[in-house]
Design a protein around this ligand. Structure first.
Ligand code: ACM
Ligand code: ZN
Length: 669
């Protein structure tokens, strides 16, 4: 080897080791979502209790003061400054953050930009900054960040219709989302199970429609029939939420789900529904119609009242008007709707849905609002192209919506539904599969076949938290909503914020480990680590099951006794008071825990909605050991037991069937 080449090699090695040394000296910042451009350098800014901050934006100053209370906020000579600078030349919501050893400067293109710059700044602090009242001296690493979001819409949906959440709970949820640069809360305020927004001109909507079970005309389809359950937000409370969210750069998009999912309002004002006669005997007389009549002109006057008030509460330019899962058989049976259908020459009832929604679009436009809809709303082909479409029902509707020229929020359940379980054996729905954080993060428009034209119509992404199960997680798992949302929403935040070419699961996963400390400090009960294991080994002792209820398939009980089907077995009607289900064991069982579930496993629907559990050592004499709660009970068996009986103590479950399940029996550890 000639000496010159040796020199080259040595220089290369030296450079290389210098690079490695530098790489290891620069701490990983674990920023979530990943900013577009990060240049780290050596050095640090010492932050002490004497450090002052200047922030001329009062709303933001008030926000930051909760995290860094020792700031002397008015000092213009501060070495730390957070401000808005519209002449930065950055896109909306963009910011620059510069940490040098003698100065920290955060500049946002607008309020949101300054807010997001401040969020990234907070992520440079030790996690304890999120505990509030942070006074410890610390070092912020020197770094230059230039950043703006890839998509204007980074949303999280929250269903407070099935499970009500208090104003304080929603505020906390919003705060946690804001730390991740989520900028939309899609607030699902009405559904079959409750109406949660005060409409002053129609107070019955909440005095009656916000409650289910007990003496309410709305029966509980989820949860226990004999307990009155519900709640609603006053307009003042909603205005407080709107202001809270705005301070955190989040727009609340309220949803009134129309024309389906409207059982609650239909119980308050039955005249809004199609006047069709139904045989309700299977549901013990309970009328389950839930679709607005399209042909009833007075309905649009009521909707005008609702949207006038809603528009006044929520400054969002967008209002979600629903459009999903409409039970169109009610229109087919309605003489007025079918006449309207014929009169317009429609060939598909989806056109009648769009007809209805176009009328609602006219109403919201009167109040300066633009419509958001679920993807089914475009199926008739005649919905206004003004609408923003939430594509939820798989990837195909998202492709269809963008192909047809609609701006679209991408949220197919298989990637974005946070009511799906995160691992095979934990709580949650599974009709769209298991949705792990990795599955969610892996969503990629190119891989899903979106053309450049279609991609240009993607407004952004949204996670969804539907709350049918949240209810049954309470009170023993109060933070279920957090567990199901975090860290999956961190993935949505990054999909919406960070350009695809900068996103890599392995790197995100590594950053998420550091970020977990921040979520802990925020008090978020996020999911981390391996899935929880069930306690005790499951055994399947031979048993026979019988019931007083007629089964929709006569052979079902035999199969059920064989522990065959995790889905459950359907009765031909709802339960009546005095109905029973009996499990008799070939050999007495002992020293076990028994989980008795009615309804879908993990979802309290199709349940025996009120009942008691009794056990017998001889198969003849029974003693009561537990009450059903949301259709389920877990009992401990500590003596040889021949039989277990469930006795139904109320009629009806708000549905036309009960799902029976085999018991899950675990040996005591
Ligand atoms: C939906 O999940 N029905 C929008
Ligand atoms: Zn009708």
């Amino acid at each position: 080897m000639k000496s010159s080449s040796l020199r080259v090699v040595l220089t290369a090695l030296l450079l290389c080791s210098a690079f490695v040394a530098e790489a290891t000296a620069v701490p990983s910042l674990d920023l979530v979502p990943l900013p577009r451009k990060v240049e780290q350098s050596e050095g640090e800014f010492r932050f002490t209790s004497a450090t002052t901050v200047y922030c001329p934006v009062p709303q933001l100053r008030a926000y930051l003061a909760d995290y860094l209370p020792t700031f002397a906020w008015r000092s213009v000579r501060s070495r730390v400054e957070v401000r808005i600078n519209p002449s930065l030349g950055l896109p909306k919501e963009g910011y620059r953050l510069s940490v040098q050893s003698d100065k920290v400067l955060v500049e946002g293109a607008d309020y949101a930009g300054a807010f997001y710059g401040a969020q990234t700044l907070l992520q440079l602090f030790p996690p304890q900054v999120y505990e509030g009242d942070f006074r410890s001296p610390c070092a912020l690493p020197c770094v230059e960040i230039t950043d703006w979001p890839e998509y204007p819409y980074r949303g999280q949906h929250l269903d407070v219709a099935r499970t009500f959440m208090s104003v304080e709970e929603v505020k906390e949820y919003i705060s946690h989302l804001a730390c991740h640069k989520i900028n939309r809360l899609h607030f699902h305020l009405t559904d079959d199970q409750g109406w949660r927004v005060e409409i002053a001109s129609h107070p019955e909507l909440t005095s009656v429609g916000a409650w289910r079970g007990g003496d309410s005309p709305i029966w509980a389809v989820y949860g226990s029939l004999d307990k009155k359950y519900g709640g609603y937000y006053t307009q003042d409370e909603l205005r407080e939420l709107v202001a809270w969210a705005a301070q955190r750069a989040i727009t609340i998009i309220p949803e009134v789900d129309l024309p389906g999912h409207s059982l609650a309002i239909g119980k308050v004002y039955p005249e809004v529904l199609c006047p069709v006669e139904r045989d309700n005997s299977r549901a013990a007389g309970y009328d389950r119609r839930n679709v607005w009549c399209v042909a009833r002109e007075e309905n649009y006057a009521l909707l005008d009242d609702i949207f006038r008030e809603l528009s006044d509460i929520f400054p969002s330019e967008w209002i979600h008007i629903g459009g999903d899962e409409v039970g169109m058989s009610q229109w087919k049976e309605c003489p007025h709707c079918s006449a309207l259908y014929k009169q317009n020459g429609y060939t598909d009832y989806a056109q009648l849905e769009a007809h209805f929604l176009n009328r609602v679009v006219e109403i919201v436009a009167r109040y300066g609002k633009r419509p958001v809809v679920w993807n089914e709303a475009i199926n008739g082909g005649n919905l206004t192209r003004e609408a923003l479409v939430c594509g939820w029902d798989g990837i195909k509707p998202c492709r269809k919506s963008t192909a047809e020229g609609y701006r679209t929020v991408i949220m197919p359940a298989q990637w974005f539904y946070f009511d799906m379980r995160q691992a095979p054996h934990e709580m949650g729905h599974n009709w769209a599969g298991v949705v792990s954080t990795e599955k969610c993060y892996s969503f990629n428009l190119d891989e899903q076949g979106f053309s450049p034209e279609q991609k240009a119509l993607v407004e952004g992404f949204e996670g969804a938290f539907w709350s049918e199960i949240h209810l049954s997680a309470r009170p023993h798992f109060e933070s279920y909503v957090e567990y199901m949302t975090f860290p999956r929403v961190c993935a949505v935040a990054e999909i919406g914020w960070t350009p695809q070419q900068l996103r890599k699961w392995s790197e995100f996963e590594a950053r998420l480990k550091g970020h977990a400390g921040r979520m802990d400090a925020m008090g978020i009960d996020h999911r981390s680590g391996p899935a929880p294991k069930p306690a005790g080994k499951v055994i399947t002792p031979k048993m026979a099951m019988t019931t007083s209820m007629p089964m929709s398939k006569e052979e079902a009980l035999g199969k059920l006794s064989a522990y065959a089907n995790d889905w459950g077995y359907t009765t031909k009607r709802t339960c009546h008071e005095g109905d029973w289900v009996l499990w008799e064991f070939a050999q007495p069982i002992d020293n076990v825990g028994v989980e008795l579930t009615t309804g879908y496993r993990h979802v309290p629907r199709g349940v025996v909605s009120a009942g008691v559990i009794e056990v017998s050592t001889n198969g003849k004499d029974f003693r009561r050991v537990a009450d059903l709660n949301n259709g389920s009970a877990t009992i401990r068996i500590n003596r040889p037991t021949k039989a277990i009986r469930l006795r139904c103590t109320a009629t009806g479950n708000g549905d036309t069937f009960v799902l029976l399940q085999y018991p899950v029996i675990r040996k005591n550890n």
